[in-house]
Design a binder for this molecule. Structure first.
Ligand code: ZN
Length: 151
């Protein structure tokens, strides 16, 4: 009777390399909690809004002098008319600026932060007003100041 006792295979001791315990971020950086997916959606929405505004501006513009006149004076006049039209649509221009500013910020990765206090703008606010530049507190800062003096 031969009982060959198999020596238990020596387990390759898995040496768990002690991972340098990453310091727990106690102070979570005030980061904007907008996911990339949300950002993409917002960016798309902003682009669409921009096109809408541009389209509206174009429609509001007086019909342009066709370029086949070839007359320099006419072209200058047309350019002036165009400038005038642009001036007239101040609100649209403003909106356009805000939209483009927001798109730029998305590209720069600073989107969602209040331009004044650098705190993240409330998600609900972002949803309602994708090109908001300030958080609610800063936006209503003047109102608060008024109430503060009253108190
Ligand atoms: Zn703010």
């Amino acid at each position: 009777m031969t009982t060959k006792s198999k020596p238990a295979k020596k387990k390759a001791a898995k040496k768990a390399a002690p991972k340098p315990s990453a310091p727990k971020a106690l102070k979570a950086p005030k980061e904007v909690s907008i996911s990339k997916r949300d950002l993409d959606a917002i960016r798309k929405k902003l682009s669409e809004q921009r096109s809408d505004v541009l389209e509206a501006m174009r429609r509001n513009r007086a019909p342009e002098v066709t370029s086949d006149t070839g007359d320099e004076a006419d072209q200058a006049q047309a350019a002036m008319d165009r400038d005038l039209q642009f001036e007239l649509s101040d609100t649209e221009r403003n909106t356009l600026d805000q939209i483009e500013g927001a798109i730029r910020k998305i590209d720069k990765g600073t989107y969602g932060a209040c331009e004044q206090c650098r705190q993240p703008i409330e998600t609900l606010r972002i949803r309602a007003l994708p090109f908001a530049r300030y958080c609610i507190r800063c936006q209503s800062g003047s109102e608060r100041a008024v109430t503060a003096t009253q108190a």
